[in-house]
Design a protein around this ligand. Sequence first.
Ligand code: C5P
Length: 234
Amino acid sequence: MIAKDRLIFPLDVPDAQEARKHVTLLSEHVGVFKIGLELFVSEGPPIVDTIADLTDAGIFLDLKFHDIPATVQRAIRSGSCLRRANFITVHCDPGLLEAVAAEVPDHTKVLAVTVLTSLDARQLTALGIQPELAEEVVKLVVHRARIAIEAGCAGVVCSGHEVQAVKEEFGMDLLVVTPGIRPEWGEVSKDDQRRIVTPYQAVRNGADYIVVGRPIRAATDPAVGSRTEGVTRR
Ligand code: C5P
């Protein structure tokens, strides 16, 4: 994989017009475009075709499904937009992951969200996670990654702090996608992301893909902010 292929850009924008603008501007520099809740809720399922028709980059439908297995399974069965998605996300819940992994078409990779990168030890403790796992988030991530593998998922989403442990435990074939990327040269700080690393650290630790949103969107010139020599720079 060349550096560009590893870069996932989240289309966290309010409407299709803004999304088209970013896809046109960044297609040369980005391996995968991610459609998340904001754009999906505002534009509905046709946005997946709109984006897929505009670019050769991969499509990541990041809806982070979390409900009882039968409900999510039925949603996936009825969602024709999923056919264009190379990746979808599901929260880490054993029965749910299994149901989803069994339902998706072959070309769609199911990624299990282990522990959101916006959560830190304090918040995990507040959520009732046992202290040993809350204070050493890596243990919780590895525990959940095991659940994901056993359920047949292609990969997991976790922060750059945990990638190395996940790869060491489960081998290189398990895909790891890493959000919470904050370049030292970036203009974004003090936001909702807690477990952050630089793009350089994430890739060095073994991330297959990095998700870089606000640091690129906030750059004076997003196309320059997304250039892969920038992304692999510390
Ligand atoms: O770089 P930035 O913080 O803007 O990127 C945030 C994007 O990454 C959002 O689209 C968010 O949904 C996604 N994401 C995340 N944490 C996860 C999974 C996905 O921040 N665990």
